[in-house]
Ligand binder design. Structure first.
Ligand code: ZN
Length: 334
């Protein structure tokens, strides 16, 4: 499941550009030999990959710089964004560290071992909680012993694991650079996990030293979507309810009425917040985005925003710098 707005051009166009530039630019002999001997289509970087690194990352402190798959950034005190820029989702998991324990909010793609990264960032025991249970947020769950789960049927179903959604993540144009050594694309699947404790809206997790995280149930993107608030530090982790990129609201498990109600609850919190931390592309946003998110989705649903039709019966709506990916046609707005 990609955050990119995919269409066939995005795969074919770079191939033409590459071939054209290889032929028309007078090449050095070494460029000629490397261009033509290794130009298998799958080695051409996809469009989205060429836009990386995203400029926003320059302002963050990078840690563990030698990891070949994950890029880790310290985005606030005791708060690390664990970013996966080599796969088109550009998913971001967060490690939130207290004095007594740490919480990993999402476990990423499961393509590389996030448990190894986490143990290099903290010596405290680590518990896992997912922003929701789409495959790109639960890929490493099976590597951890204690996992909170929202008390929903959607969560229970996804905890059984699956292969299809995982396999789609490796389709042509989805990988930028190399897959990790030892990773076998053929057997890639979301491994099942065991929920240690089912939790609900308002549940609090005390990390020690005054750092308390509270679950805010924000159904919409999925029935089990949550945000996590760290009131002491003014942080709101928003999962896929908000991130800077086209927000996916087209799948059958999405409920738009619930989504609007959820983002209204978040907008009411904006005055108490310092940072909004979403689950794709770029880790931090200004809390002022939250009331704008409410206006944007309401404008879209009232038919005031022009749709850009896309492949697969989807349409992209953009207003006030915020994009939503919905099912095409009036039914997609209901
Ligand atoms: Zn999702």
């Amino acid at each position: 499941m990609s955050r990119k707005v995919r269409n066939s051009l995005s795969v074919i166009l770079p191939l033409f550009i590459f071939l054209f530039s290889a032929i028309s630019v007078f090449p050095s002999p070494s460029a000629l030999s490397t261009s033509f001997s290794s130009a298998a289509p799958q080695t051409i970087p996809p469009d989205w990959c060429k836009a990386l690194p995203r400029p926003e990352y320059k302002s963050f402190e990078r840690v563990l710089p030698n990891d070949p798959w994950f890029e880790v950034y310290k985005v606030a005190d005791g708060t690390f964004a664990i970013y996966e820029p080599h796969q088109a989702e550009e998913v971001i998991s967060y490690l939130i560290v207290g004095h007594k324990q740490a919480l990993l909010f999402d476990t990423g793609m499961g393509i590389a071992n996030i448990h190894k990264v986490v143990t290099q960032l903290t010596s405290r025991p680590v518990v896992v909680l997912n922003s929701h249970t789409h495959n790109d947020h639960v890929g490493g769950n099976s590597l951890f012993t204690f996992i909170y789960g929202m008390d929903t049927d959607f969560t229970r179903q996804n905890a059984k694991g699956s292969r299809d959604d995982a396999q789609e993540e490796l389709a042509t144009g989805m990988i930028c650079g190399d897959l990790p050594k030892g990773f076998d694309p053929k057997t890639y699947a979301t491994k099942p996990w065991h929920v240690s404790l089912f939790v609900k809206n308002g549940f609090k997790i005390n990390l020690g030293g005054g750092r308390v995280l509270e679950i805010i149930s924000t159904p919409g993107h999925t029935p089990d979507a949550i945000c996590l608030i760290d009131r002491e530090n003014g942080l709101l982790f928003t999962g896929d309810t908000y991130y800077p990129g086209p927000i996916w609201l087209f799948r059958p498990e999405t409920d738009l009425d619930a989504y609007v109600a959820s983002v209204k609850r978040l907008a009411a919190l904006a005055p108490q917040l310092k940072l909004v931390l979403g689950a794709h592309n770029v880790p931090v946003a200004d809390p002022a985005i939250l009331p704008r998110l409410v206006s944007a989705i309401e404008s879209v649903r009232s038919g005031k925003v022009e749709a850009k039709p896309l492949d697969g019966g989807k349409a992209l709506y953009t207003t006030d710098g915020i994009s939503f990916l919905l099912r095409a046609g009036p039914a997609g707005l209901k």
